[in-house]
Design a protein around this ligand. Structure first.
Ligand SMILES: *Cc1c(COP(=O)(O)O)cnc(C)c1O
Length: 414
């Protein structure tokens, strides 16, 4: 295909773009239990308008755009407040959880280099996000995956056993994605501190949710900078911050630790090039949208949407528990849950996912072990009954047909 010789009218373009979406998952109706976070038309309108006003601005150089310097520092400060980062905490906005995690891995490698480590490794539970694997691959670190316990939480003794003189980073998640449970952050961070190595807490999912669940009175084990030894934390605003895609934050415990993340060179003909993260050009749209949505929702708004998401998640967990051929992997500690077949020789949950998709519902397929995963958010409150009815029908259909489904993917390459 080649670009049209003569430009199309904007009307024709938007008609076409809307038509293209026809077979996409209907997230506005709460049919996506992954990938999309929708807090209502009003919140979306605020995000889109802020995005529109800043889509051309570029945070590559905040000398030219002091507005974006302010937006970034205020967003980072607000997230730091959520995380108990104190006055010393220092961070940046990034394009997403993956970039935040890549930077945590890169910062750990650099600090390790300062300590004379040339063959660095990262010790992390098998439940930690794939982005850490990507970071190890990109930046030349060895990934040492360790077991999780029967409760799916990191096995700290296994992590301790995997540490050696070349370990530069330990990872814990608040909560981890696959089963939605919180790792024993206090113990992991203590271990890291004892070995003088970095400890990153992946709160990409939990940064907002756990903050507001605590304020709603739920008891949450210590999961953020309140834990001594935690050196950096990632929080995705484009997930439970309910803002436009392309917004995450990484915060380090100190500016000194943050220095290992940034990059500066003058080894070319174009002058001093400094950058805070992986990107060069850094779009202002997602930054402004995050700032706008955080100000629009405020504490009250986040309490409301977090409470709705939590309620929907527990309702879903309780409903699934009543379906004999399904088992919830772990009681959700935030708003993520996974479930599998009670007897995997009888029921293929990937076939259930396919049957759900035929009914218009999109859930993540994951493993091992073969499981379905739901990221439950504000939009799902009031939809759970309908979903569970279709889930039961899909289970019955799969049991009757003995259908085998495709594994499915968390992310795709094309
Ligand atoms: C989503 C997620 C990531 C990766 O974030 P992206 O925004 O998809 O790049 C990392 N860790 C956890 C726990 C996540 O849920």
């Amino acid at each position: 295909m080649a670009i049209p010789r003569v430009g199309m009218s904007s009307a024709a373009i938007f008609t076409h773009l809307d038509e293209l979406k026809q077979n996409d998952v209907r997230w506005r109706e709460g049919r996506a239990f992954t990938l999309v976070y929708f807090a209502g038309d009003d919140v979306l309108a605020v995000a889109e308008e802020a995005y529109r006003r800043y889509s051309t601005e570029n945070a590559l150089n905040t000398d030219a755009f002091p507005s974006l310097r302010t937006i970034q520092s205020e967003v980072v400060a607000m997230v730091g407040d959520w995380l108990n980062a104190g006055d010393e905490g220092a961070g940046f906005m990034t394009s997403g959880g993956t970039e935040s995690i890549l930077l945590a891995v890169k910062a750990a490698r650099e600090r390790g280099r300062d300590l004379g480590i040339t063959q660095p490794n990262v010790v992390l539970p098998i439940s930690a996000h794939a982005a850490f694997e990507k970071g190890c691959y990109y930046f030349g670190l060895e990934s040492r995956r360790t077991a999780v316990g029967a409760d799916w939480r990191a096995d700290v003794a296994a992590m301790e056993a995997a540490i050696d003189a070349n370990t530069v980073l330990l990872v814990g998640s608040s909560p981890q994605y696959p089963q939605g449970v919180i790792d024993p952050i206090a113990q992991i961070a203590e271990l890291a501190a004892a070995h003088n190595i970095n400890c990153h807490v992946d709160a990409c999912m939990g940064g907002v949710v756990l903050t507001y669940l605590e304020r709603l009175g739920e008891s949450i084990p210590a999961w953020n900078f309140a834990v001594p030894g935690v050196t950096s934390i990632s929080v995705d605003l484009h997930k439970y911050g309910y803002t436009a895609k392309g917004a995450s934050v990484i915060i380090h415990r100190s500016k000194q630790l943050r220095n290992y993340q940034t990059y500066v060179t003058d080894n070319w003909l174009g002058g001093l090039y400094g950058s805070s993260g992986v990107l060069g050009t850094k779009g202002g749209g997602s930054m402004a949208a995050a700032w706008a949505v955080m100000h629009y929702l405020g504490d009250e708004g986040y309490l409301r949407v977090t409470s709705a998401a939590r309620q929907a998640c527990l309702q879903l967990a309780d409903s699934i528990a009543t379906i004999p051929s399904l088992a919830v992997r772990a009681r959700p500690q935030a708003t993520l849950l996974a479930f599998g077949a009670t007897d995997a020789t009888q029921l293929d949950v990937f076939a259930v996912a396919a049957a759900l998709w035929r009914r218009g519902w999109y859930v993540d397929r994951q493993g091992p072990p073969p499981s379905l995963h739901c990221t439950v958010s504000n939009v799902h409150l009031g939809k759970i009954e309908e979903f569970v009815a279709d889930l039961k029908a899909s289970v019955d259909e799969s049991l009757a047909s003995a259908e085998r489904g495709l594994e499915g993917r968390y992310g795709t390459v094309e």
